[in-house]
Design a protein around this ligand. Structure first.
Ligand code: ADP
Ligand code: MG
Length: 411
Protein backbone atom coordinates (compact mmCIF):
# COMPACT_ATOMS: atom_id res chain seq x y z
CA UNK A 1 0.00 0.00 0.00
CA UNK A 2 1.37 3.43 -0.95
CA UNK A 3 1.24 6.37 1.59
CA UNK A 4 -1.86 7.91 -0.07
CA UNK A 5 -3.78 4.69 0.27
CA UNK A 6 -2.72 4.36 3.94
CA UNK A 7 -3.96 7.90 4.69
CA UNK A 8 -7.34 7.22 2.95
CA UNK A 9 -7.75 4.02 4.95
CA UNK A 10 -6.97 5.82 8.22
CA UNK A 11 -9.63 8.46 7.50
CA UNK A 12 -12.29 5.84 6.77
CA UNK A 13 -11.54 4.11 10.12
CA UNK A 14 -11.74 7.46 12.00
CA UNK A 15 -15.09 8.32 10.39
CA UNK A 16 -16.55 4.93 11.22
CA UNK A 17 -15.43 5.37 14.87
CA UNK A 18 -17.00 8.87 15.14
CA UNK A 19 -20.28 7.71 13.59
CA UNK A 20 -20.51 4.73 15.91
CA UNK A 21 -19.95 7.05 18.93
CA UNK A 22 -22.65 9.50 17.75
CA UNK A 23 -25.09 6.71 17.04
CA UNK A 24 -24.34 5.35 20.55
CA UNK A 25 -25.16 8.73 22.21
CA UNK A 26 -28.22 9.19 19.91
CA UNK A 27 -29.43 5.78 21.03
CA UNK A 28 -28.94 6.74 24.70
CA UNK A 29 -30.71 10.10 24.14
CA UNK A 30 -33.67 8.39 22.48
CA UNK A 31 -34.06 6.17 25.52
CA UNK A 32 -34.19 9.14 27.90
CA UNK A 33 -37.44 10.92 28.91
CA UNK A 34 -37.99 14.23 27.04
CA UNK A 35 -37.46 16.46 30.12
CA UNK A 36 -34.09 14.91 30.85
CA UNK A 37 -33.00 15.47 27.25
CA UNK A 38 -33.93 19.17 27.42
CA UNK A 39 -32.08 19.49 30.76
CA UNK A 40 -29.05 17.83 29.22
CA UNK A 41 -29.11 20.21 26.25
CA UNK A 42 -29.29 23.19 28.64
CA UNK A 43 -26.36 21.83 30.65
CA UNK A 44 -24.35 21.38 27.48
CA UNK A 45 -25.13 24.91 26.29
CA UNK A 46 -24.06 26.39 29.65
CA UNK A 47 -20.89 24.32 29.49
CA UNK A 48 -20.16 25.58 25.97
CA UNK A 49 -20.54 29.23 27.07
CA UNK A 50 -18.26 28.54 30.04
CA UNK A 51 -15.65 27.06 27.72
CA UNK A 52 -15.87 30.06 25.39
CA UNK A 53 -15.38 32.42 28.34
CA UNK A 54 -12.39 30.41 29.54
CA UNK A 55 -10.98 30.51 26.03
CA UNK A 56 -11.40 34.27 25.92
CA UNK A 57 -9.63 34.52 29.32
CA UNK A 58 -6.77 32.40 28.02
CA UNK A 59 -6.38 34.56 24.92
CA UNK A 60 -6.28 37.71 27.10
CA UNK A 61 -3.63 36.16 29.37
CA UNK A 62 -1.58 35.19 26.36
CA UNK A 63 -1.68 38.69 24.92
CA UNK A 64 -0.80 40.15 28.36
CA UNK A 65 2.11 37.74 28.55
CA UNK A 66 3.34 38.85 25.14
CA UNK A 67 2.98 42.49 26.24
CA UNK A 68 5.04 41.74 29.37
CA UNK A 69 7.67 39.93 27.33
CA UNK A 70 7.99 42.95 25.01
CA UNK A 71 8.14 45.29 28.00
CA UNK A 72 10.86 43.10 29.54
CA UNK A 73 12.78 43.17 26.24
CA UNK A 74 12.54 46.97 26.03
CA UNK A 75 13.31 47.56 29.71
CA UNK A 76 16.00 44.94 30.18
CA UNK A 77 17.63 44.22 26.84
CA UNK A 78 17.42 47.66 25.30
CA UNK A 79 17.98 49.60 28.54
CA UNK A 80 20.33 52.59 28.11
CA UNK A 81 22.67 51.01 30.65
CA UNK A 82 24.19 47.55 30.69
CA UNK A 83 22.92 44.93 33.18
CA UNK A 84 24.89 41.84 34.02
CA UNK A 85 24.23 39.06 36.52
CA UNK A 86 27.36 37.48 38.00
CA UNK A 87 27.78 34.44 40.20
CA UNK A 88 30.16 34.06 43.16
CA UNK A 89 33.01 33.11 40.79
CA UNK A 90 32.57 36.26 38.75
CA UNK A 91 31.10 34.33 35.80
CA UNK A 92 28.48 36.01 33.62
CA UNK A 93 25.10 34.31 34.17
CA UNK A 94 22.94 36.78 32.28
CA UNK A 95 23.57 40.00 30.39
CA UNK A 96 21.36 42.38 28.45
CA UNK A 97 21.99 43.38 24.83
CA UNK A 98 23.39 46.79 25.85
CA UNK A 99 25.91 44.93 28.03
CA UNK A 100 26.95 42.60 25.22
CA UNK A 101 27.38 45.64 22.96
CA UNK A 102 29.53 47.38 25.60
CA UNK A 103 31.77 44.30 25.90
CA UNK A 104 31.98 44.08 22.10
CA UNK A 105 30.95 40.41 22.12
CA UNK A 106 27.86 38.52 20.95
CA UNK A 107 25.56 37.76 23.89
CA UNK A 108 25.47 34.01 23.27
CA UNK A 109 29.26 33.91 23.65
CA UNK A 110 29.19 35.68 27.01
CA UNK A 111 27.31 33.20 29.13
CA UNK A 112 29.73 31.56 31.57
CA UNK A 113 32.65 33.88 30.65
CA UNK A 114 34.61 35.67 33.38
CA UNK A 115 33.57 39.34 33.52
CA UNK A 116 37.09 40.21 34.77
CA UNK A 117 38.42 39.35 31.29
CA UNK A 118 36.84 42.57 30.04
CA UNK A 119 38.25 44.72 32.85
CA UNK A 120 41.44 46.69 32.09
CA UNK A 121 44.55 45.69 34.03
CA UNK A 122 44.39 48.86 36.11
CA UNK A 123 40.91 47.93 37.42
CA UNK A 124 41.42 44.22 38.18
CA UNK A 125 42.07 44.61 41.92
CA UNK A 126 39.17 47.03 42.35
CA UNK A 127 36.84 44.67 40.49
CA UNK A 128 37.71 41.64 42.63
CA UNK A 129 37.33 43.74 45.77
CA UNK A 130 33.88 44.85 44.57
CA UNK A 131 32.75 41.23 44.04
CA UNK A 132 33.99 40.22 47.49
CA UNK A 133 32.26 43.15 49.18
CA UNK A 134 28.99 42.55 47.30
CA UNK A 135 28.62 38.98 48.58
CA UNK A 136 29.85 39.85 52.07
CA UNK A 137 27.81 42.96 52.76
CA UNK A 138 24.64 42.20 50.78
CA UNK A 139 24.36 45.96 50.36
CA UNK A 140 24.80 48.18 47.32
CA UNK A 141 28.42 48.77 46.22
CA UNK A 142 29.84 51.07 43.53
CA UNK A 143 33.18 51.59 41.80
CA UNK A 144 34.49 53.33 38.71
CA UNK A 145 36.89 51.45 36.50
CA UNK A 146 37.98 51.02 32.91
CA UNK A 147 36.79 48.23 30.64
CA UNK A 148 39.03 47.02 27.84
CA UNK A 149 36.69 45.26 25.37
CA UNK A 150 38.33 43.23 22.63
CA UNK A 151 39.25 45.25 19.53
CA UNK A 152 37.43 48.30 20.88
CA UNK A 153 38.64 51.50 22.51
CA UNK A 154 38.59 51.34 26.33
CA UNK A 155 35.46 52.57 28.10
CA UNK A 156 35.26 54.17 31.54
CA UNK A 157 32.32 52.75 33.48
CA UNK A 158 30.53 52.99 36.80
CA UNK A 159 29.73 49.54 38.22
CA UNK A 160 26.86 49.58 40.66
CA UNK A 161 25.95 46.20 42.11
CA UNK A 162 23.80 44.43 44.64
CA UNK A 163 23.75 40.75 45.69
CA UNK A 164 20.47 38.86 45.28
CA UNK A 165 19.14 35.91 47.33
CA UNK A 166 17.95 32.66 45.80
CA UNK A 167 14.74 30.89 46.99
CA UNK A 168 16.66 29.40 49.94
CA UNK A 169 17.88 32.82 51.05
CA UNK A 170 21.51 32.34 49.93
CA UNK A 171 23.48 35.17 48.32
CA UNK A 172 24.59 33.37 45.18
CA UNK A 173 24.24 35.98 42.47
CA UNK A 174 24.71 39.69 42.09
CA UNK A 175 23.12 42.17 39.70
CA UNK A 176 25.47 44.80 38.34
CA UNK A 177 24.47 47.91 36.38
CA UNK A 178 27.29 49.15 34.13
CA UNK A 179 27.05 52.80 33.06
CA UNK A 180 29.33 54.24 30.37
CA UNK A 181 30.90 57.38 31.90
CA UNK A 182 33.60 57.92 29.25
CA UNK A 183 32.16 61.29 28.15
CA UNK A 184 31.99 62.54 31.76
CA UNK A 185 35.53 61.30 32.46
CA UNK A 186 36.88 63.05 29.36
CA UNK A 187 35.15 66.28 30.35
CA UNK A 188 36.66 65.97 33.85
CA UNK A 189 40.09 65.33 32.31
CA UNK A 190 39.71 68.37 30.06
CA UNK A 191 38.67 70.47 33.06
CA UNK A 192 41.67 69.19 35.02
CA UNK A 193 44.08 69.96 32.16
CA UNK A 194 42.52 73.37 31.66
CA UNK A 195 42.95 74.09 35.40
CA UNK A 196 46.60 72.98 35.20
CA UNK A 197 47.03 75.16 32.09
CA UNK A 198 45.54 78.15 33.84
CA UNK A 199 47.73 77.66 36.91
CA UNK A 200 50.76 77.32 34.62
CA UNK A 201 49.82 80.54 32.82
CA UNK A 202 49.48 82.35 36.16
CA UNK A 203 52.83 80.99 37.29
CA UNK A 204 54.45 82.07 34.01
CA UNK A 205 53.01 85.54 34.49
CA UNK A 206 54.29 85.71 38.09
CA UNK A 207 57.81 84.74 36.97
CA UNK A 208 57.83 86.89 33.88
CA UNK A 209 57.50 90.28 35.66
CA UNK A 210 60.52 89.98 38.02
CA UNK A 211 62.48 88.34 35.17
CA UNK A 212 61.85 91.40 33.02
CA UNK A 213 63.10 93.58 35.89
CA UNK A 214 66.21 91.42 36.25
CA UNK A 215 66.94 91.70 32.52
CA UNK A 216 66.74 95.49 32.66
CA UNK A 217 69.02 95.64 35.69
CA UNK A 218 71.56 93.25 34.16
CA UNK A 219 71.67 95.38 31.01
CA UNK A 220 72.17 98.49 33.16
CA UNK A 221 74.96 96.73 35.05
CA UNK A 222 76.50 95.75 31.70
CA UNK A 223 76.59 99.33 30.44
CA UNK A 224 78.38 100.46 33.67
CA UNK A 225 80.91 97.62 33.32
CA UNK A 226 81.74 98.76 29.79
CA UNK A 227 83.06 101.93 31.41
CA UNK A 228 85.30 99.88 33.76
CA UNK A 229 86.41 97.67 30.86
CA UNK A 230 86.52 94.30 32.66
CA UNK A 231 86.37 91.74 29.83
CA UNK A 232 85.66 88.67 31.97
CA UNK A 233 82.85 90.33 33.87
CA UNK A 234 81.41 91.62 30.58
CA UNK A 235 81.30 88.16 29.09
CA UNK A 236 79.50 86.84 32.22
CA UNK A 237 76.98 89.68 31.99
CA UNK A 238 76.38 88.93 28.28
CA UNK A 239 75.67 85.28 29.09
CA UNK A 240 73.24 86.41 31.81
CA UNK A 241 71.46 88.69 29.31
CA UNK A 242 71.19 85.83 26.78
CA UNK A 243 69.84 83.33 29.28
CA UNK A 244 67.35 85.78 30.77
CA UNK A 245 66.15 86.75 27.28
CA UNK A 246 65.69 83.09 26.40
CA UNK A 247 63.72 82.46 29.60
CA UNK A 248 61.59 85.51 28.89
CA UNK A 249 60.73 84.29 25.38
CA UNK A 250 59.93 80.85 26.72
CA UNK A 251 57.59 82.27 29.36
CA UNK A 252 55.87 84.57 26.85
CA UNK A 253 55.17 81.70 24.41
CA UNK A 254 54.22 79.34 27.21
CA UNK A 255 51.62 81.75 28.62
CA UNK A 256 50.19 82.21 25.13
CA UNK A 257 49.81 78.48 24.76
CA UNK A 258 48.34 77.69 28.16
CA UNK A 259 45.94 80.58 28.57
CA UNK A 260 42.29 79.63 28.16
CA UNK A 261 40.72 82.19 25.89
CA UNK A 262 37.44 82.71 24.14
CA UNK A 263 37.76 83.52 20.47
CA UNK A 264 35.96 86.51 19.02
CA UNK A 265 35.19 85.22 15.53
CA UNK A 266 34.07 87.55 12.77
CA UNK A 267 34.12 87.48 8.94
CA UNK A 268 37.64 88.49 7.99
CA UNK A 269 39.70 89.14 4.86
CA UNK A 270 43.09 87.48 5.37
CA UNK A 271 44.71 89.93 2.94
CA UNK A 272 43.99 92.74 5.41
CA UNK A 273 45.73 90.89 8.24
CA UNK A 274 48.73 90.07 6.03
CA UNK A 275 49.07 93.71 4.99
CA UNK A 276 48.87 94.89 8.62
CA UNK A 277 51.67 92.51 9.57
CA UNK A 278 53.91 93.56 6.71
CA UNK A 279 53.33 97.24 7.48
CA UNK A 280 54.56 96.68 11.03
CA UNK A 281 57.57 94.55 10.14
CA UNK A 282 58.70 96.07 6.81
CA UNK A 283 61.46 98.34 8.14
CA UNK A 284 62.98 95.38 10.03
CA UNK A 285 62.85 93.18 6.91
CA UNK A 286 64.49 95.88 4.83
CA UNK A 287 67.30 96.30 7.34
CA UNK A 288 67.93 92.54 7.20
CA UNK A 289 67.99 92.39 3.42
CA UNK A 290 64.65 90.56 3.17
CA UNK A 291 62.56 91.33 0.09
CA UNK A 292 58.81 90.96 0.57
CA UNK A 293 56.18 89.87 -1.97
CA UNK A 294 52.45 89.93 -1.33
CA UNK A 295 50.30 87.93 -3.76
CA UNK A 296 46.61 87.62 -2.89
CA UNK A 297 44.03 86.39 -5.40
CA UNK A 298 41.46 89.14 -6.00
CA UNK A 299 37.98 88.45 -4.58
CA UNK A 300 39.23 85.91 -2.05
CA UNK A 301 36.32 84.77 0.22
CA UNK A 302 36.06 85.73 3.86
CA UNK A 303 36.96 83.42 6.73
CA UNK A 304 35.53 83.38 10.26
CA UNK A 305 38.46 84.45 12.37
CA UNK A 306 39.59 86.07 15.57
CA UNK A 307 41.74 88.76 13.95
CA UNK A 308 44.13 89.16 16.88
CA UNK A 309 44.73 85.42 17.09
CA UNK A 310 45.24 84.89 13.35
CA UNK A 311 47.61 87.84 13.37
CA UNK A 312 49.57 86.21 16.19
CA UNK A 313 49.76 82.89 14.27
CA UNK A 314 50.88 84.58 11.05
CA UNK A 315 53.43 86.69 12.93
CA UNK A 316 54.94 83.53 14.46
CA UNK A 317 55.31 81.93 11.02
CA UNK A 318 56.77 85.14 9.51
CA UNK A 319 59.20 85.43 12.43
CA UNK A 320 60.45 81.88 11.79
CA UNK A 321 60.87 82.73 8.10
CA UNK A 322 62.80 85.88 9.00
CA UNK A 323 65.02 83.94 11.42
CA UNK A 324 65.68 81.30 8.74
CA UNK A 325 67.13 84.00 6.43
CA UNK A 326 69.95 85.60 8.47
CA UNK A 327 71.71 86.59 5.24
CA UNK A 328 68.53 88.03 3.71
CA UNK A 329 66.27 86.52 1.05
CA UNK A 330 62.68 86.67 -0.14
CA UNK A 331 59.56 86.36 1.99
CA UNK A 332 56.42 85.66 -0.04
CA UNK A 333 52.92 85.83 1.37
CA UNK A 334 50.29 84.32 -0.91
CA UNK A 335 46.56 83.91 -0.42
CA UNK A 336 44.35 81.69 -2.59
CA UNK A 337 41.25 79.49 -2.45
CA UNK A 338 41.23 75.73 -2.82
CA UNK A 339 38.52 73.15 -2.05
CA UNK A 340 36.44 75.34 0.27
CA UNK A 341 39.47 76.67 2.12
CA UNK A 342 41.38 79.90 2.06
CA UNK A 343 45.09 79.10 2.07
CA UNK A 344 47.65 81.46 3.45
CA UNK A 345 51.11 80.51 2.23
CA UNK A 346 54.25 81.92 3.86
CA UNK A 347 57.34 81.05 1.84
CA UNK A 348 60.95 81.87 2.57
CA UNK A 349 64.26 81.25 0.83
CA UNK A 350 66.01 80.37 4.08
CA UNK A 351 67.86 77.43 5.61
CA UNK A 352 64.99 74.93 5.34
CA UNK A 353 63.98 72.36 7.93
CA UNK A 354 65.92 69.12 8.37
CA UNK A 355 63.92 66.02 7.43
CA UNK A 356 64.17 64.27 10.81
CA UNK A 357 63.14 67.41 12.68
CA UNK A 358 59.93 66.84 14.65
CA UNK A 359 57.92 70.05 14.67
CA UNK A 360 55.03 68.46 16.58
CA UNK A 361 57.26 68.08 19.63
CA UNK A 362 57.03 71.12 21.97
CA UNK A 363 60.23 72.85 23.11
CA UNK A 364 62.03 71.71 19.94
CA UNK A 365 64.18 74.56 18.80
CA UNK A 366 67.39 75.11 16.86
CA UNK A 367 67.76 78.69 18.05
CA UNK A 368 69.78 79.96 21.00
CA UNK A 369 66.86 82.14 22.18
CA UNK A 370 64.06 79.98 20.85
CA UNK A 371 61.27 78.54 22.98
CA UNK A 372 60.26 75.81 20.54
CA UNK A 373 56.63 76.74 21.23
CA UNK A 374 55.93 79.16 18.34
CA UNK A 375 54.57 76.54 15.94
CA UNK A 376 52.58 74.90 18.76
CA UNK A 377 50.82 78.23 19.23
CA UNK A 378 50.16 78.41 15.47
CA UNK A 379 48.76 74.88 15.48
CA UNK A 380 46.50 75.64 18.46
CA UNK A 381 45.16 78.86 16.96
CA UNK A 382 44.49 77.31 13.55
CA UNK A 383 42.82 74.21 14.98
CA UNK A 384 40.53 76.39 17.17
CA UNK A 385 39.47 78.00 13.88
CA UNK A 386 38.64 74.49 12.53
CA UNK A 387 41.49 74.85 10.08
CA UNK A 388 44.67 72.92 9.45
CA UNK A 389 48.33 73.64 8.99
CA UNK A 390 51.19 72.00 7.11
CA UNK A 391 54.56 72.78 5.57
CA UNK A 392 57.02 71.69 2.93
CA UNK A 393 60.70 72.37 3.09
CA UNK A 394 63.92 71.80 1.23
CA UNK A 395 67.13 72.13 3.26
CA UNK A 396 69.26 74.96 1.91
CA UNK A 397 66.48 76.24 -0.37
CA UNK A 398 63.63 77.33 1.83
CA UNK A 399 60.36 76.50 3.50
CA UNK A 400 56.67 77.10 2.84
CA UNK A 401 54.05 77.03 5.59
CA UNK A 402 50.38 76.67 4.67
CA UNK A 403 47.67 77.91 7.03
CA UNK A 404 44.28 76.65 5.81
CA UNK A 405 40.99 78.08 7.09
CA UNK A 406 37.46 77.10 6.03
CA UNK A 407 35.66 79.61 3.80
CA UNK A 408 32.97 81.50 5.74
CA UNK A 409 29.78 80.02 4.27
CA UNK A 410 27.92 83.36 4.23
CA UNK A 411 30.59 84.96 2.04
P1 ADP B 1 61.29 78.65 17.91
O1 ADP B 1 61.10 79.61 16.76
O2 ADP B 1 61.17 79.31 19.23
O3 ADP B 1 62.51 77.80 17.79
P2 ADP B 1 59.07 77.38 16.70
O4 ADP B 1 58.06 76.41 17.22
O5 ADP B 1 58.56 78.63 16.10
O6 ADP B 1 60.06 77.65 17.87
O7 ADP B 1 59.94 76.63 15.62
C1 ADP B 1 60.54 75.40 15.96
C2 ADP B 1 61.73 75.12 15.08
O8 ADP B 1 61.26 74.83 13.77
C3 ADP B 1 62.69 76.24 14.90
O9 ADP B 1 63.63 76.29 15.94
C4 ADP B 1 63.33 75.92 13.56
O10 ADP B 1 64.36 75.01 13.71
C5 ADP B 1 62.22 75.24 12.80
N1 ADP B 1 61.54 76.16 11.85
C6 ADP B 1 60.32 76.68 11.95
N2 ADP B 1 60.05 77.47 10.88
C7 ADP B 1 61.13 77.42 10.07
C8 ADP B 1 61.46 78.00 8.80
N3 ADP B 1 60.63 78.82 8.14
N4 ADP B 1 62.65 77.68 8.27
C9 ADP B 1 63.50 76.86 8.92
N5 ADP B 1 63.25 76.29 10.11
C10 ADP B 1 62.08 76.57 10.68
MG1 MG C 1 59.35 80.61 16.29
Amino acid sequence: MNPDQTEARRRIVLREKAESQISESARVAKALPKDSVLELIHELEVHQVELELQNEELRRSQSELEGSRKKYFDLYDLAPIAYVTLDQNGLIREINLTGAELLGTERRRLNGRRFARFVAQSGQDDFHRLCRRLFESAGREEIELRLAPKERPPVDVLLSGVAIRDSEGNLNLCQVAVTDITVRKRAEERERLAAIGETAAMLAHEISNPLMGMLLNIKLLGSRLVEIGDERLMSTINKLVEETTRLNNLLRDFSNLSRRETYDLCPTLLAVIATEILDGEMSKYLSKGIRVELKFEPGLPLVLADRGKIKQALLNVCKNAEEAMPEGGTLTLRGYESEGKVILEVRDTGTGILEDFNLAEPFTTTKPFGSGLGLMIVRQIISLHHGSFSYSSEPGKGTAFFLMLPVHSAS
